[in-house]
Design a protein around this ligand. Sequence first.
Ligand code: HSE
Length: 309
Amino acid sequence: MESIKVYAPATVANVACGFDIFGLAVENPGDEVIVKKRNDDKIIITEITGDQGKLTFDPQKNTVTVPIIKYLEHLNKRTGFDVILHKKMPLGSGLGSSSASSVAGVYAVNQLLDQALPTRELLQFAMEGERIACGSAHADNVAPALMGGFVVIRSYSPLDFFNVPTPDDLYVTIVHPDIEVNTKDARYILKNEVSLKKAISQMGNVAGMIAGLISGDYSLISRSMVDLIIEPVRSILIPQFFEVKMAAVDSGALGCSISGAGPSIFAFSKGKETAEKVAVAMAREYQKVDIKTNVFVSPINKIGPKILD
Ligand code: HSE
């Protein structure tokens, strides 16, 4: 194989109570990356679309190529590639935009090199894309984009992550208001210390979320969608956050919180019909204040990256 086109999905990180440890993949949107073997050892980004000219063509600085370079260094391979990136989701949106590009790129190259490494071993390289994008190599977007489904990062050092099964009728609504929140800034404003009381409540919710997902207990999932640590701080960066959250819950959502570092807001619902109703109600809150939105409704994507051609 000389060339391949790969799709990697958007992701919701944190999923309310699991800051930097929970993430899930959705079916849409997602990025597409085309990788073609070259006759020399150069890595060249030949085309980027859908980014309004905002992304760099420098392979040492773009989140699509940095993981590829690290992967090739690790394998000691001198194969060169032309890389085309089609951004299909807004940047700085809280949808794991940089992760989708990182995962698609390194997954594609691994396919062209006859799956030199098992998929889960690509995570360490994809995380390097996050380091470039926001200064911190967290894995809660890249891991679900790579593995599909709902992923828990149990430990960063050493890296230890696992998938958690999710009920089939669990749907995700995402509303992206047309403003940009820089992940670096959204991390910088967080407090470094947490009270014991809050830590205890948060641990209870983390445990409740996992047990609820595994057993398909929607009420337990709903009760566990509480974030006492991050949401109260970050919500100040997101206009209408509380109005949107209230609209989601009033329309039948199981719960609602910030997607990743924001500004996107996500909600869980039981069933597609409710998730669509929730989407309308959430978007309406932004219409009232003339903020444009992108709205996505999706089941959990259990597959992760997909080979398109
Ligand atoms: N866990 C990360 C954060 C996800 O909330 O900062 C954003 O990339």
